[in-house]
Design a protein around this ligand. Structure first.
Ligand code: KIV
Length: 279
């Protein structure tokens, strides 16, 4: 029998008990299987898939259908982790009705447990409406990649006191609107510590220091699979790409040398059957 999935209550309890929460991204079935087996509590189907899987330069071209397609595979591949799917650019900003319709599609079509939205007070009605419909929501503040153009690029956010103050207000508003968790990306650790202490919901950091209740990284960065720019906050735990290239090189080389396939990889038929076939 498969283990029951974690719920929003488990995360609240983990924060109360000061147990650290681990989140990682996944975008397909085998990756979901392996990160679930490795014991992460949260799997995020991030719109970072635009860059690390689909080869776009940013997240803006990612569509709702892309997220649903990849989200379905991740839900199929995982048993225990809580699966959260990013709402992509312009699927929740226009109005709260559209936001709920799109969040509803994500949950109904993928079977995921929650959705993540970028932004604070400007999207608060969308968050409220989605939560009121019974869908768990995670907020995302700080460096919000969907608005990187407006933020002046992929830069640390919140060093400026006015921006820091707004981020604290936004985080409180998200909690009040019913978000059950919050991602803080690329902000000073002191600001992340303040927000983590002020909120009763778990705060998951990425480039936000160790005082957060948990951490998230992009799977392709962790495994050394992404060849693009790597932010300072990334820690690479494996060099899977080199190992994969070595594997494919060995395959190509054995084909060229006639080593593969070996006897154990082939099928045979009787000489009589062959003779009859050639008649
Ligand atoms: O899209 C994503 O992978 C994310 C994480 C970086 C938090 O939003």
């Amino acid at each position: 029998m498969s283990a029951a999935r974690l719920t929003t209550l488990d995360f609240r309890e983990m924060k109360q008990k000061k147990e650290k929460i681990s989140m990682i991204t996944a975008y397909d079935f085998p990756t979901a299987q392996l990160v679930d087996e490795a014991g992460v509590e949260f799997i995020l189907v991030g719109d970072s898939l635009g860059m690390v899987v689909l080869g776009y330069k940013d997240t803006l071209a990612v569509t709702l259908d892309d997220m649903i397609h990849h989200g379905k595979a991740v839900v199929r591949g995982s048993e225990k982790a809580f699966v959260v799917i990013d709402m992509p650019f312009l699927t929740y900003e226009i109005n709260s009705d559209e936001a709920l319709r799109n969040a509803g599609r994500i949950i109904q079509e993928t079977g995921a447990q929650g959705v993540k939205l970028e932004g604070g007070l400007e999207i608060i009605e969308a968050v409220r409406k989605i939560v009121q419909a019974g869908i768990p929501v995670i907020g995302h503040l700080g460096l919000t990649p969907q608005s990187a153009g407006q933020l002046g690029g992929f830069k640390v956010q919140g060093k400026d006191p006015t921006v820091a103050k707004k981020m604290i207000e936004d985080s409180l508003a998200l909690e009040e609107a019913g978000a059950f968790s919050l991602v803080l990306e690329c902000i000073p650790w002191q600001l992340a510590e303040v927000i983590t202490e002020k909120l009763s919901i778990p705060v998951i950091g990425i480039g936000a220091g160790k005082q957060c209740d948990g951490q998230v990284l992009v799977y392709h960065d962790v495994m050394g699979l992404y060849t693009g720019k790597r932010p300072k906050f990334v820690k690479q735990y494996a060099d899977a790409r080199s190992e994969m290239v070595r594997g494919v090189e060995a395959y190509v080389s054995e084909i060229r040398q006639g080593v593969f396939p070996e006897d154990k990889h082939i099928f045979s038929m009787s000489e009589e059957a062959l003779a009859l076939a050639l008649k």
